[in-house]
Design a protein around this ligand. Sequence first.
Ligand code: UDX
Length: 437
Amino acid sequence: MQIRRVAVVGTGYVGLTTGACLATLGHRVVCADTDHQKVERLRRGQVDILEPRLPELVREGLDSGRLAFVRDTRAAVADADVVFLCLPTPMGVGGAADLAAVEAVADQIRDALPRGSVVVNKSTVPVGTAERVAALLDRPDVAVVSNPEFLREGYAVRDFLHPDRIVVGAADRDAARKVADLYTGLDAPLVLTDAAGAELAKYAANFFLAMKLSFANNLATLCEHFGADVDDVLTGIGHDPRIGSAFLKPGPGWGGSCLPKDTHALLTICQESGVDFPLLGATIETNVEHQRRLVERVVAGCTPGDGSLRGVRLAVLGLAFKAGTSDLRDSPALAIARLLKERGAELHAYDPALSETRPDLSDLLTLADTPEEALRGARACLVLTEWPEFRDLDWERVAGLLGSPMVYDFRNLLDPDRLRRAGLTCEGIGRAPAMAR
Ligand code: UDX
């Protein structure tokens, strides 16, 4: 493998994982970020995000001298063979991805890039962005390559070092090869395509995952209607390798920093290009409807029928968009909390990942320091993030704390038999009330 000099612009979870892992593979990596304090912390080996193995890889990279952090983007790229753009592309006006950060950096680095270097879009960007960056750079000697990431939060290092596939797209195949060669040693199929193919592969992947989850959530409702158990039905179809069992688990709706943003961005791309893709709109709408339906269930279970939750105290266990992270971006738990709040509920929530970060959520709920504090006196308990420790709570004690024995397990995490023995009624998703045991 040829050792390359790599610059990574942006040290979010994608950029930092990319930088640290490429250094682990032997490359010489300089990561740039405009946040001065973050750069200082990273230089000391301090990683702010909750990502297994990442702090170790950062410290190893620093110790080996293969990984460095700087504030000056132009200085970082000045010596690089390959420059990765790992910048935020948040949902902008009308759902389209906001490319302001990518465009600003392209502007900054235009005349700092070495001759013949390659710029790589790692962030999820609309189709045509590689061309747009190339036009902004206006450097015929610099190729722009699309190499999307498929990293899950909480598994970013593992996903980087053990990818299912590596997708690299560019009109200039030599440049694409140069990027693909950075990953030499990783055991994964390489998909070489053009830039539009790589850009679309990323959106298609996240859309497909969201579609599977919307399918599972709709199927759960159908199962409830017929008294079937959704887990049995999903197991019944999941053994078919054409279907598979991964990512087919009902929950409180899909969220996080990628799936909602990317499905909306793809919807905008389809609308703007005049391509009808009805599954996409249906996938998004299903997610919204599913959450409304879950809230109606809580309302129906907690009120005598007037539809209001005014004065009803509810305990929420879990706020992060999934277990293993403190990330609240587009969290289904927060979406459900907002709907409950609109109905007048008084929410007390606990999440193990938020005890230290303590985000200000005071206009929505009261953040408790312990599960007990959230549960005491509540009319019902809702489990909204699949933290394993919720499964192991002392449910007899919880039964004593709750004002009524109702637990809504919207992650199908808990053992309903165990809760029943503790004197609680546990309602999951996709199990008819009779089967809630
Ligand atoms: C996702 C993609 O998986 C990753 O490939 C991409 O690069 C970034 O977006 P991430 O946002 O970290 O990763 O979350 P993921 O683990 O995919 O979960 C997304 C959402 O689906 C979460 O809200 C999660 O709780 C939900 N989910 C996931 C379910 O409801 N059921 C499941 O079986 C799996």
